[in-house]
Design a protein around this ligand. Structure first.
Ligand code: ADP
Ligand code: MG
Length: 270
């Protein structure tokens, strides 16, 4: 089991059923930061809105299929992987999404083992990567369940704004159900404070509340509100390529270091 970490990818699902909390921003920029540090990365866009796909500069028209066809068993994942530029030394792989994925939950409803489709798809790919990141949609439906079923751990972005923690307990109930019924080994990778604005008392109080509630599960790294993070997707780039000297790039680089440290600790302690 524990040599597993050394040879198979660590699969991290990035999920929160709330929209606009920084899931996609985290998925793309953590993928880029980890690959800039030399890790082999696959980013799986599991959201029918395909924001991670367009944010990585994958021109939707030029793609000849998406995770949708893979989930339905019509295409092989490897044939659809798209290469994403980070810097002159690093790239990462993207398994793109498409709006057609919005029909998948209905089409998959009658499948036997429908919760484990993504797990089956990623199992053979796990040998080729150090980390596989899954950008989940803003819902707790079958797609997110597939993400949680395939993952070793869950990263929960929480935005430092009103009602930030509302809904997180429902997410954790879903995690418990997935652990009981599908994936007993699922861990909480961490809670990530996003859209932090140090000028706002509110940001500080949400951060304090999250640390009281989740304790050491909250990443030490906080993602500050940074305009470069919001601009980068419209150029089809991660912030690591678009604005490498920005606060956003610095924050996600720190997060990547923390994720890598956490994984090293787990491997070493086992
Ligand atoms: P989700 O995937 O959870 O719906 P996104 O990552 O798409 O959330 O973020 C929602 C919006 O907020 C996007 O327009 C994104 O560019 C912006 N955003 C996310 N994180 C930051 C940040 N740290 N600073 C500034 N804008 C951000
Ligand atoms: Mg998103």
């Amino acid at each position: 089991m524990f040599t597993r970490g050394a040879i198979l990818a660590t699969i991290i699902a990035i999920a929160n059923q709330k929209g606009g909390v920084g899931k996609t921003t985290t998925a793309v920029n953590l993928a880029a930061s980890l690959s800039a540090k030399g890790s082999r990365i696959l980013l799986v866009d599991l959201d029918p809105q395909a924001n991670a796909t367009s944010g990585c500069g994958a021109a939707l028209d030029s793609l000849n299929g998406s995770i949708y066809e893979v989930l339905l068993g019509k295409r092989d994942a490897r044939s659809l992987i798209h290469d994403v530029f980070v810097d002159f030394n690093s790239t990462f792989d993207l398994l793109p999404s498409h709006i057609s994925l919005s029909g998948a939950e209905v089409e998959m409803a009658s499948f036997i083992g429908r919760e484990r489709k993504l797990d089956e798809i990623l199992a053979p790919l796990a040998l080729d990567y150090d980390y596989i990141l899954i950008d989940c949609p803003p819902a707790l439906g079958l797609l997110t369940i597939n993400g949680l079923a395939a993952a070793d751990s869950l990263l929960v972005p929480v935005q430092c704004e009103y009602y930030a923690l509302e809904g997180v307990s429902r997410l954790l109930e879903t995690v418990q159900l997935v652990k009981q019924q599908i994936n007993p080994d699922l861990q909480i990778e961490g809670v990530l404070l996003t859209l932090y604005d140090s000028r706002l008392q509110l940001s500080q109080s949400v951060a304090n509340e999250a640390r009281r509630y989740f304790g050491e599960k909250v990443f030490a790294t906080v993602i500050k509100r940074n305009i470069r993070l919001a601009e980068a997707p419209s150029f089809g780039q991660s912030v690591i390529s678009y604005a490498p000297d920005s606060t956003g790039a610095e924050n996600y680089t720190d997060l990547a270091a923390e994720v890598m440290d956490g994984c090293v600790t787990v491997a070493a302690s086992n």
